[in-house]
Design a protein around this ligand. Sequence first.
Ligand SMILES: Cc1cc2nc3c(=O)[nH]c(=O)nc-3n(C[C@H](O)[C@H](O)[C@H](O)COP(=O)(O)OP(=O)(O)OC[C@H]3O[C@@H](n4cnc5c(N)ncnc54)[C@H](O)[C@@H]3O)c2cc1C
Length: 186
Amino acid sequence: MAIPRIVIVGGGAGGLALATRLGHTLGKKKRAEIVLLDRNATHVWKPLLHELATGVLNSSMDEVDYRGHSSAHYYRYQRGSLNGLDREQKVIHLAPIEDEDGVEVLPARQLTYDYLVLSLGSISNDFGTKGVAEHCHFIDSPQQAKAFQRDMINTFLRYTDPNLRQNTQLTIGIVGGGAPGVELSA
Ligand SMILES: Cc1cc2nc3c(=O)[nH]c(=O)nc-3n(C[C@H](O)[C@H](O)[C@H](O)COP(=O)(O)OP(=O)(O)OC[C@H]3O[C@@H](n4cnc5c(N)ncnc54)[C@H](O)[C@@H]3O)c2cc1C
């Protein structure tokens, strides 16, 4: 008899811990197939994103490679981005995977499940404030944190121009005084 497949979408703080726990309790004994799906190849613990954004953290030292982690903890990892769900058929739809140049590596595909856990996390809300989405940085993902860091370093480099430095003071505005905003300010 086929064993049930438990699919966990999102390998963040919640999903990665769940996949690891289920891998050890069910996967190892072959009582269930545990599949963890994430759109990234590696996990960076989200509370560290402000450190990645400011360049204090070297992500390659602190990230968990899903492929290596899965083989050590009795679950399967699949790279993919969820873009649809058919609850009747118990199927999730995954977007095509493209490389850095936008060339398709893997076409759109489907994955069946017996049990599905969605642990996709959350993203910052701009509350529809005009201009925010176009002009602000967000640090909800490692890619966004690195984009902020690149932008900040390039701005500092521009300010090494003595003419620019003399007349202007560089100002960084941080909106949101929760834990990430306060830590980023510090
Ligand atoms: C800068 C910062 C600092 C924080 N500091 C703290 C702290 O000090 N203490 C604390 O307790 N909490 C902190 N938090 C909050 C904490 O990080 C979150 O509560 C926690 O990460 C939520 O876990 P999660 O598993 O729900 O989602 P996440 O950890 O966000 O993981 C979601 C995962 O889903 C994946 N994903 C998303 N969409 C898709 C999709 N469509 N297809 C495939 N995969 C997808 C993402 O790649 C990601 O791996 C902080 C958050 C931030 C941003």
